[in-house]
Design a protein around this ligand. Structure first.
Ligand SMILES: Cc1cc2nc3c(=O)[nH]c(=O)nc-3n(C[C@H](O)[C@H](O)[C@H](O)COP(=O)(O)O)c2cc1C
Length: 332
């Protein structure tokens, strides 16, 4: 799949997740073969970018190309300015968030709430595409509500506006995260427009990812929550795509001991990125997700949450059993 001058190496992308896909996690997933990893969304209101949270979200130092910055907002001029400022700061792709169920960003309709207003969608997309000479991509839901599914209309607007790839989360805004995501809408859009289409929502295994790619004909899949605590899912998807004999293997079910090296490196990158105090807090969340993959880790998780500093957190990781360096070497 190609986005502007970037030919992506793979067909599995990391979904942007505020509070999860920070720079350390994006880099980890890219190392495991995620073909693209957009930043957590930043508001289009540049007046708010001075906060530490926004500054961190805009930090892409050391990340593999292309650097994708996701912006959210509902005002065309402001969105265009945000895109321009990010491009000047080194963004190589701008992604527009019209998929987030939050009603408002900065007191204006934003995210998937915009889907109800196709004219405004067109204005925003045209303004952003015009503002920058880097590719602009879009992420949407299938519509406002089950009765107002207009993803196909929005896809056509996007293509006409010069959007270079479209990710479709297979739920409406009203569905939030309830029910199962569907990918028939993405499949239909794929047959009606020429830009690359990415299917997103509830893709939790490599097998499912490959099945969706084959069944729907979309260009790529985007994986969010299933990457939490198992960033190696991208390598697994890539193996299944590239090697028909890989179908029986399942790298996700690796032993906790095997992931020790990965967790340690991940935690250290969190401490570097956030500093000790915040790093320790953020590490708890990720450690919980790693444990989720393994039975009988409740005690360990509790002990980890109580560990007060980087040293005690790392000591718990070191006590996890044998070193599974092979996995990391394979993924490097
Ligand atoms: C904690 C969390 C934060 C999210 N933040 C964003 C975001 O910043 N931008 C965005 O476009 N979507 C965001 N999403 C939606 C995801 O990108 C994705 O569309 C959704 O989780 C469905 O994919 P999944 O089933 O693979 O997780 C977020 C989802 C979660 C769970």
């Amino acid at each position: 799949m190609r986005i502007g001058r970037f030919e992506l190496k793979g067909r599995a992308l990391l979904a942007p997740m505020a509070g999860v896909t920070d720079r350390p996690f994006r880099m980890l997933c890219r190392r495991f073969g995620a073909a693209l990893a957009a930043s957590e969304m930043v508001t289009s209101d540049a007046r708010l970018w001075h906060t530490q949270k926004s500054r961190r979200r805009l930090d892409h130092a050391g990340e593999p190309q292309p650097h994708v910055v996701q912006i959210a907002g509902g005002e065309p001029t402001m969105m265009a300015d945000a895109a321009r400022l990010n491009a000047a700061a080194g963004a190589e792709i701008i992604d527009i968030n019209m998929g987030c169920p939050a009603k408002k960003v900065c007191n204006r309709a934003a995210g998937s709430a915009l889907l109800r207003d196709p004219a405004l969608v067109a204005d925003i997309l045209e303004a952003v595409v015009k503002a920058v000479d880097i590719p602009v991509t879009l992420k949407i839901r299938t519509g406002w509500s089950p009765d107002e599914r207009n993803a196909l209309v929005v896809a056509r607007i996007a293509e006409d506006a010069g959007i270079q790839a479209l990710a479709v989360h297979g739920r409406t805004r009203a569905c939030h995260f309830q029910g199962a995501a569907e990918h028939d809408t993405a499949a239909e859009i794929k047959t009606r427009v020429k830009i690359p289409i990415v299917a997103n929502g509830d893709i939790t295994t490599a097998r499912a990812a490959v099945e969706i790619l084959q069944r729907t004909g979309v260009d790529a899949v985007m994986i969010g929550r299933a990457a939490q605590g198992q960033p190696w899912i991208f390598r697994e998807v890539n193996s299944h795509i590239n090697d028909e004999h890989a179908a029986g293997k399942n790298f996700s079910r690796i032993d906790l001991a095997e992931v020790r090296v990965i967790i340690r490196a991940h935690l250290e990158s969190l401490y570097d990125f956030y500093g000790e105090e915040t790093g320790v807090r953020v590490a708890r969340k990720h450690f919980g997700w790693y444990c989720r993959q393994h039975p009988d880790t409740d005690d360990l998780r509790r002990t980890f949450v109580a560990a007060p500093d980087t040293g005690s957190q790392l000591a718990l990781v070191d006590a996890l059993g044998g070193v599974g360096a092979a996995l990391v070497e394979q993924a490097a």
